[in-house]
Design a protein around this ligand. Sequence first.
Ligand SMILES: [Fe+2]
Length: 474
Amino acid sequence: MITTSKQKAWSKAIAKPGVEFDRTALSIISGAIPTDLKGTLYRNGPARLSRGEERVGHWFDGDGAILGVRFEDGGGTATYRYVQTQGYLDEEEQDSFIYPNYGMTAKGAFWNNWLKSVKNAGNTSVLALPDRLLALWEGGKPHALDLDNLTTSGIDELSGLTQKQSFSAHPKVDASTGEIFNYGVSAGATTTLNLYRCDRTGKLQHHNSHSLSGLPIIHDFCLAGQYMVFLVSPVRVNLVPVLLGQKSYSDAMEWKPQLGTEILIFNRQTLKSVSRGATDPWFQWHFSNGCVNEEGNIVTEFIRYENFDTNQYLKEVASGCTQTPAKGTLWQLTIDPQTARVIENQQLSNTAGEFPLVAPQNVGKPWRYTYLNVHRYGVTVGEELFNAIASFDRQTHNMAIADMGKNCYPSEPVIVPQKDNPERGWLLTVVYDGNTDRSEVRIYQSDRLFDAPVCRLGLPSVIPPGFHGTWKQD
Ligand SMILES: [Fe+2]
């Protein structure tokens, strides 16, 4: 990686591949672990962005590694392991990037882009099932890992996925029923949106498929009461240069605002279409949540960008220096489920943010607080990674912010709610401290973000900034 004066402190965290470690007792830097915090925080993210002098083409290309932080008996321990995908193992053996990827074409002759499928990086998120952990990636199947030592046992078919079906990285779990809902997009002569409903053990119970026009990028969906809601942004992959090996998928994506944003609403039990519609063009990676309001309409909240420049910004992250200002903010869309007609489209906050989530008990149901990453005061959007966590109150529209401090970068904040009150709990985030070149776990009280963290625990090695995580309660 070339170093320049414009590089920020976070670039040191991705300059070298993350270093694995076995279960290690964590030292307490400050405070104390809350006595009611018992379970495991799992996080996923691209941990290897280089091999020798080679760099990946995009942040999404890095090989996934899972961090598991366990709290029990008043102490904290952690384990960190790469997901042993076949692509990772092959490239380890050759110590070279050999596969095409989201932001990379295959090495050698162009037909290698046909002969080798895109590497399943296993780097995006995790789903904790009763007997295994799934490392998720948007374009393929999950990998199953041991919940305790994080060793990879292999590709997981969820007892029913066919060879061509993928299982995306943003499944939604209904905490009341335990049901797991997800989708996968398969490209081919036509593009298919596969919808899945699984039981609480991860066993596929029901599947249905729908055709899509062109090849869009669909990173997330939302559960809203009895509905699965998709907002398909006007980005389409031009497959010809990809197949000719001239462009990676990322570079072949075209912003087509004239298509607008397509609204797709499905019944979550039958997985059949309820309605389809269209609205203004925008791009979103992530939803916070959704619900059905008292009038029977769908309310969905997400981070909206005005165009697809966010992909360029994320590509630049892999180089260690970003410059593209891509500002995403919280928006709320209200939709009539029967017609997909937009009733209201409203910006909730002008603060730039990402990685929004809610308490697990609230998924698909009305909720008050959305947790997300934002910037600390004075940061120019586009030049930094997020350096604060926040709680957005949907009743007052107040954004409470916990500033991580100069040169400190938090992961997406994961909420561990109180048993009797899902709107209050502990917020867990993994922070890279560029001042000391170390990573740590911080625990905040969700309704006291202006206070110092209640506990900080040092991690044995640098954890490169990642994407998504989850909490598994004991
Ligand atoms: Fe995501």
